[in-house]
Structures are given as structure tokens and as C-alpha cells.
Design a protein. Sequence first.
Lengths: 353, 241, 399
Amino acid sequence: MSAHDEIVGQQTRPQGALARFAAFRQDKPHIFLLLLMMAVALLMMDPRTWVLLTISGLAMGAMVFLMASGMTLTFGLMNVLNLAHGAFISLGAFAGASVLVWLSGQANAPSLLINLAAILPALGFAMVVAGLLGLVFERLVIKPVYGDHLKQILVTVGGSIIIMELIHVVWGPNEIPVPRPEALNGAFILPKSLPVIGGVALEKYRLIAVVLGLAIYGLMTWIIERTRVGILIRAGVESREMVEVQGYRIRLLFLGVFVAGSALAGMGGAMWAMYREIITAHMGDELMISVIVVIILGGLGSIKGCFYGAVLVGLINLYVGYLEPRLAAVATVGLMVGVLMWRPQGLIPVIKV
Amino acid sequence: MAESILSLSGVRADIDQYHILHGVDLEVPAGELTVLLGRNGAGKSTTLRTIMGLTTVTQGKVRFHGEDITGQPTPRIARKGIAFVPENMGIFSLLTVRENMVLAAVSGPVDPARLDWVFDLFPPLKKFWDRPAGNLSGGQKQMLAIARAIIEPRELLLVDEPTKGLAPAIINDLAGAFEQLKQQQVTVLLVEQNFNFSRRLGQSAAVMNDGGVVWSGPMNDLADNDDLQHELLGLGLGEHQ
Amino acid sequence: MLNRILSGDYPRSRALSALLVLIGVCLALGPFLFPGVRAFSMLGMICVFIIVVASYDLMLGYTHIVSFAHTMFFGIGAYGVAMSTDAFGSSFWAVFIGIGGAVVMSILLSLLLGLLSLRVKAIFFALVTLAVAFAFLSLVTQLYNITGGEDGLAVRSPRELGPAFRPFDSKVPGFSVIDFIVGLFAQGNIGQAFNDALFEVRINGRHLMYYIAFVISLLVFLFLLRVVNSPFGRVLQAIRENEFRAQALGYRTVFYRTVAVIVSAVLATLAGVLFALINRYVNPENTLNFELMVFILLMCVIGGMGTLYGAIVGTTVFLLAQNYLQDLLRLLVQNAEPGSLFAELAGPDRWLLWFGLLFVLSVYFFPSGIVGQLRLWAERRRERKADKTPSAPTLKQEQ
């Protein structure tokens, strides 16, 4: 069991089903909410649609998790609010798209292996570009305004405008279609013999997104829980000062986390580009709303909360998008407001804000 | 008196816009346990924090081994061999005891021999090794805080009110730990309100008032002089724990 | 008398006073000083956005509340009028019903936001307002049947406020100062330049609407000056400096903050109403867009946060720049090769890039904005003068 879960400490086992349920709702609100949402959705639509939407929702959640994880760590650890994060997502999308267009030969080949020769460079390039920009941005723009939230908001909003305009300069003001690699197109069809859900078509790209998201989540959790860097990050989230007192230059850690977070945002953007197959410079702005909902929902500074928050946001987007498409955005924000009323610190709070 | 390992001369320090230290002169002899005494608000904690580089020094110098460390960043000061145990203990309550100790071992993996020694001093740490530090009792947290400061050899320990709020039995354990440190020639600068504890362990003493040091000398000079105690600390020996 | 009108809050800088008087005169006599549709439309926008930005300054500059929902309230006002005239026809009654509905909705929503700020800390609040504003934008864009969706709604403003209405038939002369000066340089003949600068103004309902907006803008501004210099305003500033201390002094800060948010929201709604009546067309892009929110932020900060006069200066500077900077850039790249990096970077479409850069630089180097900087310079000049006079020694007060 990770130290993360043990905030509450040992308690006596609650008696009775009702008490156990209440305890479950108290201790694991993220799982409770997830199950609740999935159950309610299942009641409101037929199972086949439910399966499709759930997979899509998980895929969207995985990609939003990539984008949001950087921001929650940055805010949790460094107490820095970077509203230019959306611009990093956009930049990653464009960088990745450029590589895909450039390597369209490999991308259009039917073999997955050859496709990877285009996908991996695309993702890699997106991460490098976004990461580099993150490095420059932190040193140049953010460092002078450490500790002043108001100025951070102003400066990062300004920075976001500048970055998006620069995207226009480099890539032009129009939207750009993104060629999704051939092997990622299409769908797996569930065997018809399966009851209820037999014959449902699961899009390959969405499954891959889910797998990738889970892999990155696993990797991040491993790093945070098991490595010294992870211990440093968790300690720094609790008290920057004490980490410095121990003798660690936490500023370098900050920089590293910021760059990593930016790179992840870039990767998320590139993944989203291949998902939607069309990108504009302002896509980052729209996705930022989801990112904001995710990090507030999940709890600032918590990777686990971020993951569950992203899953919840992805699912509610898809479920409501199907049931009543006009209310999808409202439902997402409504979810955030609702959770805030219930848990002002988010689902899995790590720091007291 | 041994030569000074740490010296403050004319140090003025601020916290935000408040002037806290108004010219502190302090010599901390090497290899001894020096106690920093004084009433609440005299500036004792701020002095320790200033040595660690956690406050803004507006005037004066802090020297460690003769080297000027005024205004240097905290991590660099720590790496020179100075450990700090703050008033609120500063342990990471969301991390396990083990992780706290791993972090404290800045140079690398935890030295097993030293760890055994720490476990001897503070047995509860072994018992709660994999539990979150936030679950420990007050006394155990204090043990952890000190254990972190000594898991790697350090030349100078700055400790801020370790006995605050602790039961007498635990205080005894802490005293034993400090005795062992003294034997190892570790220099300790201890801020304390508990005069008995101070008297038992301290070899030198300094008394602060209103942001400055008003008296300094061998501990015995202070401990044996009731009038001096009354004048400087506002009380007699018998009145303090 | 001036003291009472300005609630004791003087510009405190001669340069600033001159600038304000200049802007004031230009706005007051605008239709008769600047010919052309473009200039007229911009005058109206300046009046409207002075209200928007000044009310935003009440939150941002005086209470340090960062909210991204200001455009939402602006949009509520604009859409309120648009929808009610759409439903009830182009009468003044419809307009007032629209105003009433919009104000009620704004009060309710700002109460909700105030309630949320109870549960979450300040930094959350900014993000929450962003999300709520986005949800609102999405709702308006999606509910095509009610709001016209992305196409928006035409505002059927009352006939008296439109171009067809002629209160008097005679034409009023106008004199274009700019054309006069340009003419002087071009021809050197005063008489000729004077004649060329004359133009005719046919007073119609749109001028009436403009002056309604101008007067309301002036009144709102003076009202805000009164608010920030009242005991209420001082508590807001105390909260800005140190909320904890304000609470320790016994002030229920949540109440004060919520009232500030509500007042600010209602004024923004009012501005939205004026916008709808002047512009006669509302859509999500010109009322609820995030880009518009950023513009408001820019105007407030560039003008000078926490000064209120900054709203006047910032709005004017920004709107002028937005309109005419593009022309300037177009001139710049006239001779450049199309497609070259220079053309790309300095092209008229990239005006926002340079403005954004200017904004970021001003946050670092001129955090007090134009007004703040002018006042600083004036104060320094005063101090230098005071040091020079050999009279009684000045009492240097501790900050």
C-alpha cells in the first residue's frame, strides 16, 4: 500500500454494510464516483453503446491525463500556476503533426512496425519541443514571478498569447489536418459470440490511447512512489523549505518537473492531434478547460487524483455527449462544481491549499 | 573555551518587513553543546533560521569555519555540514519514516552501521519504519527529526526547542541522545526554554533578549548564579521544569 | 466641488490629468471631431469598455480577486437585450425587460461564484471562474433555438436609437482636428486646411445612443470612484493587502468580497446592454469569447491596476492599438516580400503577438501600468522639488 493512501491512518473496521459503504465513500471517493457514474450511464443507455462510450471516454481521459499531470505537479510542487500550459499542448500537437506529415511515407504504410517509425519520432519530437519551450519559459517568464500568483496569472496568460501567435507564424493561421498512421486506423470487432456486447467495434486508436495512458500513469506512480526523485517531489509538495534544509537544491527539481510536465503536455497534444485528425492553434485553450477541471477535481499535486479526475472527465464528456450533446461542457464543469462542494480539496488531496 | 566553529557578528535580520534581529554577536565553540536561552520572542529561533539562510540578513556576517556563509542559499549551507531541526520538527508527515531517512541521507544510501546506532538511540523508529511519519506521536516525531539530522555525520547541529510539549520520559531519551553526540565531538547549538535540560547538557550558554545576545559564557557560570538567572531569564532555577 | 465629484480621488499627476481631459473631450465631442463610421464605432466601444474594465479593476485592482468570468456577465447583458427585443419587439419596454432579466441572472450567478469562493482558496477561484465561463459560452453556442448559436442574434433596438430616427433635420457641423493638422502639413494654407477639415453630421438615433452610453459610462465611473473611496472600498483594499489581518480586525471578508463580485458583475452586465444597443448584433465571439476576457485583462493591467483611471487610459490605448496598430503593421510590411519571416512576424495579423509581448514586458517592468507610472514620476518630481526648497523640512513618512 502506498503512503499516499494512508493519510487517514488506521481505523477500526466499520460494522454493518451501511457503515462500510459510508466508509468506502469517505476513503475512496474517486472509485465511488467512478463506479457511480458508470452505473448511472449504464442505466441510461443500451449496453453496446455504453461499452463504446466507456472505451472512448477512457481514451480521452488517458490523453487528458497526460496533459494535466504536468500542471498538477507544477502547481503542487512549485506553487506555480502556469496558464500557458494550453499553449504547450497546442505546440506539441503541431510539432507532432509536422513530423507525421514529413514522415508520411512511414505513416501511410499498413504495417504497425513501420508506422512506429513515424509515430515514435512524432511523439518524441513533440515532447522535446514542448520540453525545451518549458525550459526557456520557466527560466525567462516564470522565475521572476515566483511566489506572486497574480503576476503568474498575468504573465502566463500573456505568454500563452505569444506562443499561440508564434504557432501562427510558423505553421500559418489555418487549421491543419493530421494524418493518422494507417495501422492505428480501424477497429477491433468483438467476437459475435460474446453475449450482449458481441460484435461491438472498438477503435484501435482509442485502445492504444488507453494503454499508453495507463503505462505512463504506472511509470509516473512508480517514479513517485519508489525512486528518490519521487520521494523528493512528495517531500517538496509538503514543504519546499525543509527539502532545502536537508541540502537539496529544490530549484533544480522544480525546473526538471516543469520541463517534464511540459513534455507530457506536448505528448498529450500530439496524441490528441492523431485522435481528432485536425488541429488549430487554439485547441490548447479548449483542452485547458478539461485540464483545469481535472486538476481541481483530482486534487492539486496528486498524480492519482489527476488520473481518476481525467477518467471521470473523459467519461462524463462522452456519456453526456451522447445523451445530450449540447450539455457536455456544462456537465463537465458541473461535475467540478459538484465535487468542489462535496470535497473542497479535490478527490485525493495531497496538499492543503 | 574551544575555538569557534560558528560565529555571528552584528547580524541584523528581517522577516518580511519586521526587524527581528538587531545585531547578534555569537560565538559557538567547536565540539561543545551551546544552549541559546531567552524569553519567547527574543529571537532565538530566528537566529537559527538565519544561520541556515532562511531569513534575509540586512547587516552583519555569519561565519562557519571562518568562511563567510551570509546570504548563501540554504541547500549550500546545509551541504557544508550544518543540520537543522526546526521548532515544528519539519518532518514530512506524508512520507514513511524510511523515506524521511532516505531523504536525509543526502550523500547516498543510508549507512547501515549508523542506522543501527540511530535505532539504538530511538527504538520506536525501527518499529514504525514503514509507517507514515504523520502517524507518530509527538515524541516519536521529535526522535525522527533528530535522527534525520544525525544519520549522516554532521559538524554542526542546530536544534530548536526539542523538548517542547514532550513527556519527561521522552525528554530523558533525548538527553541521552545528545550526550552521545557530545561524546562524538559534534557541535550543537540548542535553543531551549527548559532550563534543567539545558543545564544538564550545556557546556556553554548564551542568553538572548530583544533580538540580541545579552550574555554569553560557560554554562556553569549561569547555572550556579541564581541572581544572574533571575536577571536574564526572569526566574530562579527551581521554577523551571 | 470637483473634490466631491471625484470623491477625493484625484489623478495626482499633471500628465495624467491632461491625458484624461483629452480623452474626455474626444469622447464628449467625438462624433463631431472624428468623421467616419470606423471612428464613431470605436468611440462607442471605448465608452462601453471603460465600464467593463473599470468594474473589473474593482475586483482585480482593489481586491486582488482574479476572475475570468467577466465576459460571461458582459454577455448576459448583451444577450439579455438581444433576446428580449427578439421576443418582445423593438420597444423600450422590451429593452428594460431584457435589462431586468439580465441583472437578476447576473446577481444569481455572481452569488454562486461568491459561494464557491467560500469553499475554495483564491487560486482555485480563478480557475473555477474560467471553467464556469467556458461552460456558459458552450451553453450559449449550443442552444441555437434560443440564442442563435454561433450565428448570434441581431438586436432589434428601438427606432429612436437607430439610424432612421432624425430628431432634427438640420445638419450640425463637425471639425476634424486630425484632418486639419494633416492638411496644414500637406498644403500649408490654413484657410484651405480649415475648409477641408469641415464635415457634416446628420444627427440620428445612433448619436443619441452614443451619448446615452457616454453619460452612463461617465456616471458609472464616478460611482466606482465613490465606491473605492468609501469605507467599503477601504475594506476591500485592506483585504487586498492582507486578508488575514482584515479578518482579525473583525471584517467578514467573504461578505465584502462577494459584494465586490456582485457589483462588478452587474456593471459588466450593464455594459453588455449598451454594447448590444450600440453594436446591434451579438454573437458568442464578440461577447463571450476567451480572447475578449484576455483583452479586458490587458486593458486593466496596461492602464494600471487599482487606479480606476487606468481603465480609461488602458481601454483607450488598447482599442486604438487594436484598430490602428494593424494599419501601422500593414504599412511596415508593404515593401517586404510576402512569405518572408519579416512579413510573417510583422504582418498586420500578428498585432496580438506584439501586444502580448508588450503586455508581458509591462508586467515585469511597469507593473503599475500607465497610470501608476505617471503618478510615480509625478511623485518623484514633487519630492525632488520639495527637497530643493529651503523651507520647513518635509516629514518623510514611514511606508
